[in-house]
Design a protein around this ligand. Structure first.
Ligand code: NAD
Length: 483
């Protein structure tokens, strides 16, 4: 049976790419092929950008309240198709259906938050900055924006940006992750129901060539990127060279600190979810577990036991608690890190290399835990992005803070404790800029900014929150005097 070849969406039309190069979209739970994704060309990017540029002229004049109404309508469409979006996402990415539903909910919350544009994109004025002279600052749309998201949140991540770009009067070109392009394909089909003007949103499937064409295109004013740190750094640099606005979010190495006064039984469920939810493929996943002092043995005994009992399988099967990794290549990469941990002398206390699963053709790695990891081992320093825990036994709170601040990847950090003082010290001193206190996934909701610090984010404006309204607008200052 031949596989469907996915289409691009340019200027309000679905069209087949002219490229001969394609990639495969897999179901990671079964190892089956789902579709072919075109690696579109620079000229197709150009056509999408020209359509967006053309559409911008009229779209920027639509009153913000009317632009917000499109988002109100879109929310309804998304709610009606909630299950369909969630299941499409599971099929191509592998997370469990409940995790997927959570992601789609977060996507919709961004649509909801964007409808506040009439307040959130307001400017400011001051009379008499000098006698008889008034000054106002007005937030104006900028033009065409591009978005390049990662594989792990196929529904949500583009929507940290897209609804905000649209309500503030900009137009948009999205290149979905080539590993998981079907979710946004469905979402763009659903978007047709709200009758946005042609060219306001465009989608070009592809890989590096599409990315580079976007980065170099003189008519794209800004780029919102989310992905691994090496790519994020590259995007940031190249956008600098071509003079674009850029928000470039990178990878993570999040430490979960467990203080001696932690209530172990209450803390355990969210710590398990932090490390093994989405098979560790979240930028907010726990990667390093740092029990402080003499809680370590008791905590680890229970932690390893619960991890061992997680049901690994197809995210669409009820009862599955952890799905596969996204691809065969990523599975190999994660297995490579497990080998590295062993060869560098860490103690493998739970080995997930051959998990018992119904579908051995899927890309599964089971929960894996290394004890007695030291700070300089590769598995303590590099992002693994899988269900592999590095346990770094710490002698003091300061030691875990120093570790969290030492990897360069400063996305998130969490502390479990009963002490307000310890929690305050932790949040005050850690560099990672999404902090959880007795919360294992410190995920800001749509009305708060999302993004890290250090090598986890390049640029100043994060996704979501108020930041994103600023990213998508220029604060034009008008100073006026009337004679
Ligand atoms: P990735 O960097 O491999 O790919 C991200 C995007 O960049 C994709 O659309 C891909 O097509 C493109 N790309 C990849 N390599 C490129 C290259 N050399 N040149 C041009 N374009 C390129 O990331 P991924 O594997 O899809 O996603 C996982 C990563 O994303 C992890 O590191 C994770 O921590 C990170 N992530 C970060 C956040 C955050 O909020 N900071 C959120 C989600 C994921």
């Amino acid at each position: 049976m031949s596989l469907p070849l996915l289409k691009n969406y340019i200027n309000g039309e679905w069209e087949q790419s002219g490229t001969t190069e394609t990639g495969t979209v897999w179901n990671p739970a079964t190892g089956e092929k789902l579709a072919q994704v075109p690696y579109s060309t620079a000229s197709e990017v150009d056509r999408a950008v020209q359509a967006a540029r053309e559409a911008f002229q009229e779209w920027r004049t639509v009153p913000p309240i009317k632009r917000a109404r499109y988002m109100f309508a879109l929310k309804e469409v998304f709610e009606e198709n909630f299950e369909d979006i969630s299941k499409t996402l599971v099929r191509e990415m592998g997370k469990t259906l409940d995790e997927s539903r959570g992601e789609v909910r977060r996507m919709i919350e961004n649509v909801e938050h964007s409808t506040g544009v009439t307040s959130l994109a307001m400017g400011s004025t001051l009379e008499d900055i000098a006698r008889g002279i008034d000054c106002s600052s007005e937030r104006q749309p900028v033009g065409v924006f591009g978005c390049i998201p990662p594989f792990n949140f196929p529904a949500m991540v583009p929507w940290w940006f897209m609804p905000y770009a649209l309500v503030t009067g900009n137009t948009f070109v999205l290149k979905p992750s080539e590993q998981v392009p079907m979710t946004q394909g469905l979402i763009f089909e659903l978007m047709e129901e709200i009758d946005l003007p042609e060219g306001v949103v465009n989608m070009v499937n592809g890989s590096k060539e599409v990315v580079n064409a976007m980065l170099d295109h003189p008519d794209i004013q800004g780029i919102s990127f989310v992905g691994s740190t090496p790519t994020a750094r590259y995007i940031y640099k190249r956008c600098g060279e071509t003079g674009k606005r850029v928000q470039s979010l990178g990878g993570a190495k999040n430490v979960i600190t467990v203080m001696p006064d932690t209530n172990i039984d209450k803390a355990m469920p969210s710590i398990i979810t932090s490390f093994f939810g989405c098979a560790g493929q979240r930028c907010l996943s726990g990667a390093v577990l740092a029990p402080v002092g003499d809680i370590a043995d008791e905590f680890l005994e229970k932690f390893v036991e619960q991890a061992r009992n997680l049901k690994v399988g197809d995210g669409l099967d009820s009862g599955t608690q952890m799905g596969p990794l996204v691809s065969a290549a990523h599975k190999e990469r994660v297995l490579g890190y497990i080998e590295k941990g062993i060869s560098e002398g860490a103690e493998l206390v739970l080995d997930g290399r051959n998990p018992a699963v119904e579908n051995p053709e899927g890309f599964y790695v089971g929960p894996t835990i290394f004890d007695n990891v030291s700070k300089d081992m590769t598995i303590a320093r590099e992002e693994i992005f899988g269900p592999v825990v590095s346990v770094l036994r710490a002698g003091s709170l300061q030691e875990t803070i120093d570790y969290a601040n030492s990897t360069g990847l400063a996305n998130a950090a969490c502390i479990y404790t009963s002490s307000g003082g310890a929690a305050r010290e932790f949040k005050y001193k850690v560099k990672p800029s999404m902090v959880g206190v007795n919360v294992g996934i410190a995920a800001p909701m749509s009305f708060f900014p999302f993004g890290g610090a250090g090598d986890s984010m390049f640029g100043t404006h994060k996704g979501q929150g108020q930041d994103v309204f600023q990213f998508f607008t220029d604060a034009k200052v008008v100073i006026s005097r009337w004679f």
